[in-house]
Design a protein around this ligand. Structure first.
Ligand code: TYD
Length: 396
């Protein structure tokens, strides 16, 4: 049985940056109800409305993993670790995006799967075998027939985007060699609850995983966890190391029970903690609006930094439009000169000069706080201030 615990109101597709200012409507399928549920049995947290995948992941997908130094560095280290610990003869990445990780691998030892054609073209041009397809059983069969079994399958911020988990795990099981491993990483639900980062919920994030739920899901597909790493990326993520239950090559590390016990201690196997979270989300909204109103009453300027998908949830849930935020800046070329979905705030290609007369920066990419503060020392030095809604709305 699933129970609703959070209602984030009407939301547009989070990554659907608009070319022109536009009032979106439910009638035209441009807005949908964003509600979040907890499954009492599997402990899985998921959003209610599933948007057809080709509406979200197509040849115009704007997000590029290589846009931040934090991610690029994290992927370099991961590549080294994978080679050291598993030395795969064949590596496959599901959701390879613009190749931020895969470009560290040798071209004859790595396969990309990326349904967003604009991104698939990038890795293809770099010389990597790239399948511009959605991951499913047929594709797994096709790859296995051509290349044989895969030793390491990796997917970062991808599995939570796919509604049919049975299809995902069964097809991975099928393509992996018996001693092969699967590594997935996704935002941590525990961190999301602790930080009241309700903006982890948007149409693409069909699930936000806890280790408890991942363990329960894997159980059904003859997979098991053998290691979990805590990462700083995306506001706190978990990297899950998964193997076939018959694979005795790797011992199950203490990190697995440690993470699960942490989550159990927090109460994540019971609905109450989610109800509490929902109250915190409401409080967060009022506090953020209070801060923004106070600033605007003093006629100060606020600019958004990082036109993230997460910001779409915040803007639309809190009803923040260009009466509060003048514009967003973002380094991603495909977001430039477009508008934040639902709230019509203009996005400009990042240029430090755009911050010259700005009093406050709203951190849309709060998950890159360190990197951004480092970059914007000049802004801070001349008295500029930051606003973040995570873990609680505050100015610093
Ligand atoms: P991210 O938080 O990874 O994504 P999501 O859209 O999944 O919520 O996105 C970070 C965004 O912030 C991305 O569009 C790039 C942008 N960005 C900047 O503009 N400048 C920066 O210095 C950094 C670190 C990110």
């Amino acid at each position: 049985m699933i129970k609703k615990f959070l209602d984030l109101g009407l939301q547009p597709l989070a990554n659907n940056y608009l070319i022109n200012q536009k009032k979106l409507s439910i009638k035209n399928n441009e807005l949908y109800k964003l509600e979040v549920f907890f499954d009492l049995k599997t402990k899985l947290v998921s959003i209610s409305k599933k948007i057809p995948k080709n509406k979200m992941f197509n040849n115009k997908y704007p997000y590029k993993s290589s846009m931040s130094m934090t991610m690029t560095k994290s992927f370099k280290k991961l590549h080294k670790d994978i080679i050291k610990d598993f030395d795969p003869k064949l590596f496959l990445e599901i959701g390879s995006n613009d190749g931020a990780l895969i470009k560290n691998f040798k071209k004859n030892k790595a396969i990309c799967v990326e349904p967003c054609n604009n991104l698939a073209k990038i890795t293809s041009k770099l010389g990597y075998k790239t399948y511009p397809n959605y991951w499913d059983r047929n594709l797994a069969k096709k790859i296995k027939k051509k290349y044989g079994n895969v030793d390491v399958v990796y997917a970062a911020n991808t599995i939570t985007h796919i509604a049919d988990l049975e299809n995902v795990f069964k097809s991975i099981f099928n393509v992996l060699s018996q001693n092969g491993i699967l590594i997935i990483e996704d935002p941590s639900l525990l961190e999301c609850l602790k930080k009241t980062s309700y903006d982890q919920f948007y149409n693409e994030h069909i699930y936000v995983f806890s280790a408890i739920a991942v363990k329960n899901i894997l159980d059904k597909f003859n997979f098991e966890l053998f290691d979990i790493q805590n990462l700083q990326t995306h506001g706190g993520s978990l990297r899950y190391f998964i193997k076939n239950k018959k694979n005795k090559l790797y011992k199950i590390k203490k990190t697995v029970t440690k993470q699960i016990n942490k989550e159990l201690k927090f109460g994540m196997n019971k609905i109450n903690v989610y109800k509490k979270f929902s109250n915190s989300v409401l409080k967060s909204k009022f506090k953020l609006l209070k801060i923004l109103k106070k600033i605007k009453n003093k006629n100060k300027t606020i600019v958004g930094y990082g036109a993230t998908a997460k910001s779409t949830t915040v803007l639309n849930y809190c009803k923040i439009d260009n009466n509060f935020i003048d514009y967003f800046v973002d380094t991603t070329p495909d977001k430039s000169n477009k508008f934040m979905p639902g709230k019509n705030i203009k996005i400009y290609k990042y240029n430090q000069k755009l911050l010259n007369n700005v009093d406050y920066i709203f951190l849309g990419a709060w998950n890159f706080k360190k990197e951004i503060i480092n970059k914007e020392k000049k802004f801070k030095k001349r008295g500029g201030k930051f606003i973040s809604h995570v873990p609680k709305p505050h100015v610093f």
